[in-house]
Design a protein around this ligand. Structure first.
Ligand SMILES: [Zn+2]
Length: 439
């Protein structure tokens, strides 16, 4: 098996997911799974293969010891759409140019999926046997929410009473420490992720001719509500993973800055003023509200009966849905509320598990002089669907991405450098080998 060729070929499949599931070209998905079967014969031979709802792939390597809880590695093979516009090489070409493999999905998330498969195939070639059961779960609709992918696989596992010691999914990576104001590289491992809730608020007013308007209209009521919400954001709060991250950064600082960062909860009254100033850091310490859509009116001279707006709420772990509903109603406005999406944050992974320690030592091995730290993921990953199946989810992919590379994710010109790819394969082998059975 030629590792680079496999990744190139994997990127040629147009496994694009759409929230309208009927628009999906399922043939590409089936062909992709068949391609995996042909490319990784040992994995398919030695691991128990289950296709769930046709397009999700669940693999299990039976371990030697029954009493150990299994590990689960998650990846997804669907991608967001791409045209060739603005790409140096076509988006679904898998071109190998400039020591990079080009194509939609290279870094999100086929690169990881293929690296995991190559790692396992190579280990099995060497006669690898594992202490505990090891599962791979590959979903086909992560980019549109994972409802028919990760959610169904999680339900399948739960029905069978399968729980995990730890789960590894995408989320964090290694990057320059610039954004955190430190010189060395930083490997951020997501210990928690924010929730993603969207609510529509509809306001009602008198309809009629705009030449004789009442004091308040549906639109002015909506505007007042938006303004009040914007003026009183949710209070800032320190979550355990952000606290751990700030403490870790303190090792790279000196003087007063070091003192404050070393004791984030004691000095939070100072820290929060600094963190709130920057929109990125502010989002780490509070549940944010963004009004993303609004609607009302059909003609320039008619008062619309209703006006509505949508708030997208990114919830800190610990904030409950009811808290958010109460927060909006505390402003005392009269509206009808509709739930478009409801997902609370999740988190609480431990930094003491054997899995995390082995993850950390592998990061130290492949990325020496790099700060390894827990952090809070602001986007959503498939792993949230598995929350009931484990206490420990770690969100991290073992590649080092520059800011430019990061921008190609869901953007133009996505690629995985050969250097990153080779390192990912070795990294996964290293993590898996820690489970090698003494037989
Ligand atoms: Zn992804």
């Amino acid at each position: 098996m030629k590792a680079i060729k496999v990744l190139q070929d994997a990127l040629k499949f147009k496994t694009i997911s759409y929230s309208d599931y009927e628009s999906i070209d399922y043939g590409e998905f089936t062909r992709f799974l068949n391609f995996l079967e042909e490319s990784f014969p040992l994995v398919h031979n030695k691991m128990e293969v289950t296709r769930i709802e046709d397009y999700n792939l669940l693999l299990k390597l039976k371990g030697q010891k029954e009493d150990l809880l299994p590990y689960l590695f998650i990846a997804h093979y669907d991608v967001v759409p791409a045209t060739d516009d603005g790409w140096p090489y076509p988006a679904f070409s898998g071109a190998l140019e400039e020591d990079k493999v080009w194509g939609r999905g290279a870094i999100d998330d086929k690169g990881s999926l293929i690296s995991l498969m190559v790692a396992m195939e190579q280990l099995l070639e060497e006669g690898f046997e594992s202490n505990r059961d090891i599962y791979f779960a590959f979903g086909f609709d992560e980019e549109v929410g994972g409802e028919k992918g990760a959610a169904r696989m999680a339900a399948y596992l739960k029905e069978r009473g399968i729980y995990f010691d730890s789960i590894l999914d995408e989320g964090g990576a290694v990057s320059s420490g610039d954004a955190l104001g430190i010189d060395s590289d930083v490997a951020v491992v997501g210990f928690a992720e924010k929730g993603n809730t969207s609510l529509r608020f509809t306001f009602t007013g008198d309809e009629g001719h705009s030449s004789a308007p009442p004091k308040e209209t549906s639109i002015s009521k909506m505007a007042a509500f938006i303004r009040n919400v914007q003026a009183s954001p949710r209070p800032s709060r320190l979550t355990p993973e952000v606290e751990a991250m700030l403490k870790n950064i303190s090792d790279y600082k000196s003087g007063a800055e070091k003192l404050v960062l070393k004791n984030p909860s004691r000095y939070f009254f100072i820290l929060k003023k600094i963190l709130e100033k920057n929109k990125q850091t502010a989002s780490m310490i509070r549940t944010t509200v963004a009004f993303t859509m609004c609607e009302g009116g059909t003609a320039h001279n008619v008062l619309p009966r209703t006006a509505s707006c949508v708030a997208n709420v990114r919830m800190l772990p610990g904030d409950k849905f009811e808290d958010i509903v109460a927060y909006f109603s505390s402003f005392g406005h009269d509206y009808c509320m509709e739930i478009l999406n409801r997902e609370e944050g999740s988190g609480g992974s431990s930094d003491r598990t054997r899995f995390y320690l082995s993850l950390k030592s592998s990061i130290n091995k492949f990325y020496p002089e790099t700060l390894v730290t827990p952090y809070l993921v602001s986007g959503g990953t498939d792993s949230r669907h598995y929350e009931e199946l484990t206490s420990n989810i770690y969100r991290f992919l073992p590649y080092r991405l520059s800011a430019d590379e990061l921008a190609t994710m869901h953007g133009r010109g996505e690629y995985l450098s050969v250097e990153n790819y080779k390192r990912m394969i070795e990294f996964y082998k290293e993590v898996l080998k820690q489970e090698k059975a003494n037989v």
